[in-house]
Design a protein around this ligand. Structure first.
Ligand code: TYM
Length: 326
C-alpha cells in the first residue's frame, strides 16, 4: 500500500477522512509506504521556510493520527532520488494528450493561465505514477479526487509493460472508501474542501489542528438551506454535514439521516461538532508531543527513507534495464 499527501498547507478533515484515517485502519493488513510528497508541493510557488515547517507538521500528523513507524515507512519523497529518476522515464512514456485531460491540471491552468503555471504542474501525474510504481504498490488509498490520477498511473504502467514486457512494473489499483471520500467546503458545499481554498477563506475547512471552539464556530456557520429541519431529500450543505457525522461514527448516510430525522439543523451542527472534536482532540494532544521532538521526527523520516531507498533502487534498476539504459 502506498499513498501520499502534499505539504502545501494545513491538513483538513477531508485529508483525514478521505486518506489518513483509512491508512491507519488498514496498516496491519499491508506493507505500507506513506510519503510526504514535498516535490509535488513545488509545482506551485512555496515559501521555503513555510514548506519546511509544513513538511514536519504533516510528518507529525501522520504519526499523531496513528501510523506506526514500526509497520509503515514514513518518508519524504525528496529523500529518495529514485522518484524523480523514474518520474522522468514515466514522462517519456506519457502522451501529452493524457496529461491535458487531467481535470486538476485543466482547472489550475484555466484559473492561472497556461503561460503562467509551471511545467511541473502539467507533468505532475508522471511523478505520482513513479511514487506508486517504485514500491510495486497493489493499492493506493486516496480520496475521490485522486481517482483520475490513479487511472492514469494504471494506464502508463500497462503501457510500459506492453512496450517492455509484462512484469516490468506492477499495475496498481485505487482504494477509495465511500465514507469521507469527498468532503465538501463548509462555506460552499459545491466544491471539495481543499487546503488552498481553506488558507484563503477561514470558513471553508476544518483543519486537523483547529481548537475545539474554532471547530464549533465553523460548523455552526456551515452553509445549509432554508428548510427548518433535516428531511430528505437534503441539500448539499446538509448532506456534507451528515456525511462527516456518518463517517466519523462509522454509520451509513441513511442511518445518519434517520438519527437526525426532523431535528433542526442546530442539533445536526452541534452533534457533528461534538464528533469532530472527539476525533481530533486526541490527535492534537499527540501532535503537540511529537512536534516538540523534532529530532525524533527527523529520525523516523531518515530511517524510513534509508529503507525506502533500497526498495526503490531495485525497481528503478529493473525499469532502467528494461528500457535499454546501460
Ligand atoms: P492531496 O495532498 O491533495 O490530498 C491528500 C489526500 O487527501 C485526499 N483529499 C480528500 N479526501 C476527501 N475529501 C476531500 N475534500 C479531500 N481533499 C483531499 C486526497 O484524495 C488524497 O488522498 N496527488 C496527491 C498526492 C500524491 C499521491 C501520490 C497520492 C502524490 N503522489 C501517490 C497517492 C499516491 C495529492 O495532491 O493529494
Amino acid at each position: 500500500m502506498l499513498s501520499g499527501i502534499q505539504p502545501t498547507g494545513s491538513l483538513h478533515i477531508g485529508n483525514y477522512l478521505g486518506a489518513l484515517r483509512n491508512w491507519v485502519r488498514e496498516q496491519d493488513r499491508y506493507e505500507n509506504y506513506f510519503c510526504i510528497v514535498d516535490l509535488h508541493a513545488l509545482t506551485v510557488p512555496q515559501d521555503p521556510e513555510v514548506l519546511r515547517a509544513k513538511t514536519l507538521e504533516v510528518a507529525a500528523l501522520y504519526l499523531a493520527s496513528g501510523l506506526d513507524p514500526a509497520r509503515c515507512e514514513i518518508f519524504l519523497q525528496s529523500h529518495v532520488a529514485a522518484h524523480t529518476q523514474l518520474g522522468w522515464i514515466m514522462e517519456c512514456l506519457t502522451p501529452m494528450g493524457w496529461l491535458e485531460r487531467m481535470t486538476q491540471f485543466k482547472a489550475r491552468s484555466q484559473a492561472q493561465g497556461r503561460e503562467r503555471v509551471g511545467t511541473g504542474l502539467f507533468t505532475y501525474p508522471a511523478l505520482m505514477a513513479a511514487d506508486i510504481l517504485l514500491y510495486d504498490a497493489d493499492l493506493v488509498p486516496v480520496g475521490d479526487d485522486q481517482r483520475q490520477h490513479i487511472e492514469y498511473s494504471r494506464d502508463v504502467a500497462q503501457r510500459m509493460n506492453s512496450m517492455y514486457g509484462e512484469g516490468t512494473v506492477h499495475v496498481p489499483a485505487p482504494l477509495i472508501r465511500d465514507a469521507g471520500a469527498r468532503v465538501m467546503g463548509l462555506d460552499d458545499p459545491t466544491v471539495k474542501m481543499s487546503k488552498s481554498i481553506g488558507a484563503a477563506r477561514p470558513a471553508h475547512a476544518i483543519f486537523m489542528l483547529d481548537p475545539p471552539d474554532v471547530i464549533r464556530r465553523k460548523v455552526s456557520r456551515a452553509q445549509t438551506d432554508a428548510e427548518p429541519a433535516v428531511r430528505p431529500p437534503v441539500g448539499a450543505g446538509v448532506a456534507n454535514l451528515l456525511d462527516m457525522y456518518a463517517a466519523l461514527n462509522d454509520l451509513s448516510r441513511d442511518s445518519a439521516v434517520e438519527h437526525f430525522s426532523s431535528k433542526p439543523y442546530s442539533v445536526l451542527k452541534s452533534e457533528t461538532a461534538d464528533v469532530l472534536i472527539g476525533a481530533l482532540e486526541p490527535i492534537q494532544t499527540r501532535y503537540a508531543e511529537l512536534r516538540a521532538d523534532e529530532a525524533g521526527l527527523r529520525r523516523v523520516l531518515g530511517e524510513s527513507a534509508s529503507r525506502a531507498r533500497v526498495v526503490a533502487a531495485a525497481t528503478l534498476e529493473r525499469v532502467q534495464h528494461a528500457v535499454g539504459l546501460l
